[in-house]
Write a protein that binds this ligand. Structure first.
Ligand SMILES: *Cc1c(COP(=O)(O)O)cnc(C)c1O
Length: 521
């Protein structure tokens, strides 16, 4: 075992203790070193962790057939054993409170504790969506204020608050486009999606029943405007453009794209999941966007990962606003707030396309996002974008001599730095660098995405990392990249410092073993 990490220490094998001072100089955050058996392996199934008296009465007549014939196959752990088991497991979990998550496109950043405090106020945390409106006016006020911030920050006419995440927001936007086309009496069935789009874009368009046609990227990593224009026609319902795109680049021709699409009778959907790079700097409404989802759980710092919860409000242009889904919150002329659950604006008026979810949205996420906005203010939000871009460019320039940065020649990046694995030693690739970073104590970056770059590594440091934190990450990334360039064989078997070694990527995804079957098999 020759594995060494940037700090020069080796994993303790066979009981050999490593000198303590090596930990003190370690560059990463070593938090993934515990092996923990299953609770079934820890506790004998013939024991019980608590004393429960035998029942003093026979079961009621008719219920005796439900009596257990054999003891349940559960591990017999005491309360402290149980607590320690789960606490040890929780320490195996890499978390944003343990170290940075450089996952490009995911925007994993610190969640201010103030957000959490506000979201836990009983007036927000304990409300029920079926409560009478009179009793939840404060919560409705939060939704309305948040909607107001979102429309002002984006320069758009209105916002649909109910979609639950980014991809759900994409569906909402496309259903608005479909409804608007229906109202015009047109059936356009093609949606244009650039090669550099986030994978959810073509998936959503196909799910919504559109045919997806791809637009190539230019050598500079942007949408090819001429190729896009050549595809426009009477069948094109619209385009879906991620801006900033998944190469971490701003699409400078967005306005020209929008003008061309509008002239051809289509609508412009913008994937605004990366709004954190431009919030306070650019208003998508000024660029001709008709619909854009905003991932509150990225730009406005609400927690995400592990499947949710998220919130993906969709801002809409004047053209699409009338078709927004129900329910929505409005403010009357007298300042009072109403939740509109059913729409009846009479014959001849545009109608909502319907409803995407049972209720109005994610109250906890709304409260956190509004707290983030109010505590930063408009100037602070602009600085969020500036610092996110500054940090990404710092990583880009600190590593581009070792790892090729395909689009770095065309200027600064936005919120994420993109590298390729070209130039590593024979047989070494992005996966080796990702696994090596685990040994450095870091969560790996996004790998093999976007697809337009060979062996892509997409690093998004976010604005919440300090320079010292970025320097630690950069030192580790450089060290692993150098090992991959020099053909250090120990990288092929990394990670060495985590509870699990390298998994079979295909089997781990296709045949995960998630269930304990016990003796019954
Ligand atoms: C995260 C992301 C999405 C999807 O958002 P979810 O909330 O995960 O559904 C879509 N597009 C881009 C560019 C993203 O970064």
């Amino acid at each position: 075992m020759n594995a060494v990490n940037a700090a020069g220490w080796r994993p303790a094998m066979g009981g050999a203790e490593e000198p303590a001072e090596k930990f003190a100089t370690a560059s990463g955050d070593y938090g993934l070193m515990l092996e923990e058996p299953l609770s079934f392996e820890l506790g004998a199934t013939d024991k019980c962790g608590v004393d429960i008296d035998a029942p003093d009465r026979a079961p009621a007549p008719g219920l005796s057939k439900f009596l257990r014939k054999a003891a349940p196959n559960l591990p017999g752990l005491t309360e402290p054993e149980t607590m320690r088991h789960y606490t040890r497991l929780s320490r195996q979990n890499y978390a944003i409170d343990l170290g940075p998550f450089p996952l490009g496109s995911c925007t994993m950043k610190h969640n201010p504790r103030l957000n959490e405090k506000m979201a836990r106020l009983p007036g927000f945390a304990d409300v029920h969506p079926l409560q009478p409106q009179k009793s939840v006016e404060g919560a409705l006020e939060v939704i309305e204020q948040l909607a107001d911030w979102l429309t002002r920050l984006t320069g758009m006419a209105s916002v649909a608050m109910s979609p639950k995440a980014g991809a759900h927001g994409e569906l909402c936007g496309l259903l608005c486009i479909r409804a608007a086309l229906d109202a015009r009496g047109e059936t356009r069935d093609v949606v244009l999606v650039p090669e550099s789009a986030h994978g959810t874009n073509p998936a959503t368009a196909a799910f919504a029943g559109f045919k997806v046609e791809s637009i190539p990227a230019t050598p500079a990593g942007r949408v090819d405007l001429e190729a896009l224009k050549a595809k426009l026609g009477p069948n094109v319902a619209g385009v879906m453009i991620t801006n900033p795109n998944t190469c971490g680049l701003f699409e400078p021709e967005m306005k020209a794209i929008a003008d061309a699409v509008h002239a051809a009778g289509g609508y412009v959907y913008c994937d605004g999941a990366n709004f954190n790079a431009i919030v306070g700097k650019v208003r998508p409404g000024d660029l001709g966007v008709d619909a854009m989802h905003i991932n509150l759980h990225k730009t406005f710092s609400t927690p995400h990962g592990g499947g949710g919860p998220g919130a993906g409000p969709v801002v809409l242009s004047e053209a699409l606003a009338p078709f927004a889904p129900l329910p929505f919150v409005t403010r009357g002329a007298d300042g009072s707030i109403h939740l509109v659950e059913e729409e009846n604006r009479g014959e001849g008026h545009a109608r909502s396309f319907g409803r995407m979810v049972a209720f109005h949205g994610q109250m906890g996420m709304f409260t956190r996002a509004l707290t983030y906005m109010l505590s930063h203010g408009a100037d602070g939000l602009r600085q969020v974008a500036e610092d996110a871009v500054l940090n990404a460019n710092y990583v880009l320039r600190a590593c581009e001599d070792l790892l090729p940065a395909p689009f770095a020649k065309s200027g600064p990046c936005m919120h994420e730095a993109l590298f390729s694995d070209a130039g590593l030693a024979e047989g070494f690739s992005t996966l080796d660098i990702a696994k090596g970073l685990i040994d450095e104590g870091f969560h790996p970056m996004t790998v093999y995405f976007p697809l337009v770059v060979k062996g892509a590594m997409l690093v998004e440091p976010t604005e919440t990392e300090s320079k010292a934190g970025l320097d630690r990450f950069i030192a580790s990334l450089r060290s692993v990249a150098e090992r991959a360039k020099n053909g250090d064989e120990s990288l092929h078997t990394a990670p060495h410092f985590a509870p699990r070694r390298r998994l079979d990527e295909t089997l781990a995804a296709r045949k995960p073993v998630l269930v304990w079957r016990g003796d019954a098999g």
